[in-house]
Design a protein. Sequence first.
Length: 252
Amino acid sequence: MFKHPRGIALGALMLAFSTSSLTAKDQFRTFTAKDGKTVKASIVSLIGDSLKIKATNGRFFHVPVSKFVEDDQEYIKKWCEMQIKIGASTGPEPRIDIDVSAGKRNDNGPYYADHKQTISSSVTIENRELKANFENLKGTLLLFGKGVADSSEYKILHKQQFEFSLLKSQKTTLQGKTIRNTYEKGYSYRDGHKYGGFAFIVQNQHGVVIKKKASSTTLDKVPAKTLLGVSKGQVYDRTFENKLSSSSSSRF
């Protein structure tokens, strides 16, 4: 059906107005708590379930999202979605500490060049925020193998996902699966991948990456979005954007 240019322009104007109403700085709104109390304020940031708002008198408040009435909760959700859509932040990086432990045991195979590794991993995550809980988080643990013939190639030895929540000032430990890895490294022949590091990525309930921990500078430089897209068992170059058909081997 034909649409008049004026109608299209009006629609675009309404969309722009709707977007700006959710993203404009100091966009004040009357928020209502479930107990009936109201405050006219604008959203400053959202960390976990703690909404920071600025009242018209300049005072700041931290309020759990669950304390607002349903309409306000829906408004907050749309505000978050709009911030994500335009590439803006919903707040400062949360104070979450991540400690990844990846212990390995090395065993020799029947031949001197054969090597076997048993790798056990765990992740301890601590919420250092005093006012914010984090619910419905998703964590992705990646264990990498580096090529023994070509150290610039990486194999995804293990990829595991977790779902968890973090209460304020508390910690939790996630247990990774024990895996086994083999490679060959002798005087005249090298093949396979030796364990070479880890990455752990945390996403909030909206799918936004809020924290990342990696074992090396090389892995830390790779965008979290790229690492989330890798496949277990696949071999990549150091950018993790290019798949390699197979691992390199070498004879001397």
